[in-house]
Design a binder for this molecule. Structure first.
Ligand SMILES: *[C@@H]1O[C@H](CO)[C@@H](O)[C@H](O)[C@H]1NC(C)=O
Length: 207
């Protein structure tokens, strides 16, 4: 799958995202933008030793029905065969006062090529994806990378967790309140703290 410049410039019509591409930019910031816009898959990293932790380790972020899950990197081995593999990059979130920093964009379909924002539902703490109007009421950024550019951070933290919502079905959450998602854990669901790693996708050349 190729996300070309064509897709980027067509974001405003496709996803309702205003990019501000007319802003004057110097060469350096254009290079920085190119690095921020390098496409990556997202993989769960979990060094804990429990059986459940090992199950989550190495799973890949996938998208289905506006919700973000972890599943096998190989589509043929997936629990959910129709899930779409997230292919993400960073770009400024277009809120009115530009205070939210960078958003995390992901491709959500190849044909037609469409992009959405990944965000944290402020009520349920689930990671979801949607267009600007679906996401703007929620936690949409600032998404960034760790110093070595490997890990994904939200508001400077790596507070992600996988929740086993049904046997073998792992959904992504933000442990934003640092309580191990106590409310969810109380219901008996398994909660595994994870970090999210960027796996840069080679050959994602702009056409
Ligand atoms: C955003 O998505 C919702 C649900 O799919 C849709 O009803 C709405 O028209 C979309 N808004 C824009 C601006 O595309």
């Amino acid at each position: 799958m190729v996300i070309g410049l064509l897709t980027i410039t067509s974001i405003p019509t496709v996803a309702g995202i205003a990019l501000g591409v007319r802003e004057q930019r110097n060469q350096n910031s254009q290079r920085a933008d190119a690095r921020r816009m390098a496409k990556f898959n997202i993989d769960a990293y979990c060094e804990a030793n429990s059986e459940k932790a090992k199950e989550v380790q190495g799973k890949r972020v996938v998208l289905k029905d506006n919700k973000v899950y972890l599943d096998d990197p190989h589509p043929s081995l997936r629990k959910e065969a129709t899930a779409y593999t997230a292919l993400a990059f960073y770009i400024g979130y277009p809120d009115d006062d530009r205070k939210r920093g960078d958003g995390l964009v992901t491709s959500v379909s190849d044909n037609p090529p469409m992009l959405n924002w990944i965000y944290v539902d402020k009520n349920s703490l689930e990671l979801k994806y949607g267009n600007r109007s679906q996401s703007i009421e929620h936690l949409v950024g600032h998404w960034d990378w760790t110093k070595d550019e490997t890990g994904i951070t939200l508001e400077g933290e790596e507070l992600f967790a996988a929740v086993e919502e049904e046997p073998g079905v792992w959904a992504l959450y933000c442990d934003c309140y640092r309580d191990g998602l106590a409310g969810i854990a109380q219901t008996g669901k398994t909660v595994v703290e994870i970090s999210l790693d960027r796996s840069l996708v080679e050959g994602e050349k702009d056409k």
